[in-house]
Design a protein around this ligand. Structure first.
Ligand SMILES: Cc1cc2nc3c(=O)[nH]c(=O)nc-3n(C[C@H](O)[C@H](O)[C@H](O)COP(=O)(O)O)c2cc1C
Length: 369
């Protein structure tokens, strides 16, 4: 089967993507204790700038948002300054670059929180599994339920993060509303058992996430530069049960997101890194309700990508793990060059090794770039 559709340009709002291939956000945990991204991240992202769009690794909107050791932030001036050479490197290589905005909620640990405080969440329900801390993997603790009067402050953190992302030179932002972090903890009735205006009915559970999204749109200043990521079928991390009526809950959410004018809906279909089985989630219906650009992600093969583009089931395809050890993934897909695997020990933490030192296997023009 000829692989063509993936390599056609695409208009995302006003941005012209060189192809339909998106680099999915990938946490690499190489930032400083202060959440400052390392300078060598500029080289890492530059190497991957042939993707139609790069979505940078999840980046904390506030000190409270942090849930993993050595993840970057976008709340302080030093963090903004550190991102500038990274965005510049991607732009100089002809790439387009969004930043993923993150608040982990209950998927954190006191050792990562200001003053050793408990992580915060809609309700005080302990996640399963362990947190990735500076001391290694440590069991999660029961989070503290947020008071309603604290929520406007977090909404402001989202707004500031979006404004900062723009100042750092990003072309746009992706709101991380997937993988059971704070926004998804509010959406799902399994993690949100509040009895105030922010819990109970679907409308109430959507309230805080939609307020955060609205603030991001205002903070970045253009809804055409704001996308969002959701994962209605994913239970990890935290062994988080699915919502009891995901099609209704996420359907209503998508309607609200469309009303706010977001440019794309990025969907992890199935369970992240495990299966594409839909478990009853109607992804086509979500796509129809959103109407604008749809990005499919999760275990998408080259064949499936081409099939879905040909069938009009998706507009763009995001690849995650394949970008780790293949800076020239786009060329490899085009030429049928084998895809290298990155060993797991290189995924999180460490330095340039296993990060910027993956060889290019294709395309002479890339080797001299
Ligand atoms: C090392 C690693 C880091 C990841 N970090 C993030 C992240 O920061 N934000 C996010 O939304 N998903 C993250 N993910 C999930 C990926 O973006 C993607 O959804 C997942 O790997 C499935 O896509 P794939 O089969 O193409 O790898 C991460 C995955 C891996 C393997």
């Amino acid at each position: 089967m000829p692989h063509e559709a993936l390599f056609e340009p695409y208009l995302l709002g006003s941005l012209r993507l060189a192809n339909r291939i998106v680099m999915a956000p990938l946490t690499r945990s190489r930032s400083s204790e202060e959440g400052v991204v390392p300078l060598y991240a500029a080289e890492y992202y530059r190497q991957r700038a042939t993707a139609g769009l790069i979505i940078a690794e999840a980046t904390n909107i506030s000190a409270q948002g942090r849930g993993y050791a050595k993840t970057p932030g976008i709340w302080s001036q030093a963090q903004v300054e550190a991102w500038k050479p990274v965005t510049e490197a991607v732009h100089n290589a002809g790439g387009l670059f969004f930043l993923q905005l993150w608040h982990t909620g209950r998927i954190s640990h006191p050792s990562l929180q200001p003053g050793g405080a408990l992580p915060v969440a809609p309700s005080a329900i302990r996640p399963g599994g362990q947190a990735f801390t500076n001391q290694g993997l440590v069991d999660h603790e029961t989070p503290r339920a947020l008071r309603a009067e604290e929520l406007p402050g977090i909404v402001e953190d989202y707004r500031r993060a979006a404004t900062n992302a723009r100042a750092a030179g990003f072309d746009g932002v992706e709101i991380h509303s997937a993988n059971n972090y704070l926004l998804e903890q509010f959406l799902r009735d399994s993690t949100n058992q509040r009895t105030d205006n922010y819990g109970g009915s679907i409308e109430n559970r959507l309230r805080f996430p939609l307020q955060a999204v609205h603030a991001v749109v205002e903070g970045f200043g253009d809804a055409n530069r704001v996308g969002i990521r959701i994962s209605p079928g994913t239970t990890m991390p935290g062994s988080t049960p699915l919502d009891s009526t995901p099609n209704q809950t996420y359907g209503a959410y998508v309607d609200g997101l469309a009303r706010l004018g977001l440019v794309y809906l990025h969907v992890i279909e199935g369970t992240t890194q495990q299966t594409r089985n839909s478990a009853g989630v109607d992804y086509d219906a979500l796509r129809r309700r959103f109407r604008r650009t749809y990005i499919d992600n999760n275990m998408v093969s080259l064949e499936l990508a081409e099939q879905e583009l040909a069938d009009g089931k998706t507009d763009l395809v995001a690849f995650g793990r394949a970008f780790l050890a293949n800076p020239d993934l786009v060329e490899r897909l085009k030429t049928g060059t084998p895809i290298a695997d990155a060993p797991k020990e290189t995924w999180y933490g460490g330095d340039e090794r296993g990060y910027t030192d993956w060889p290019v296997a294709t395309a002479p023009q890339l080797q001299t770039a």
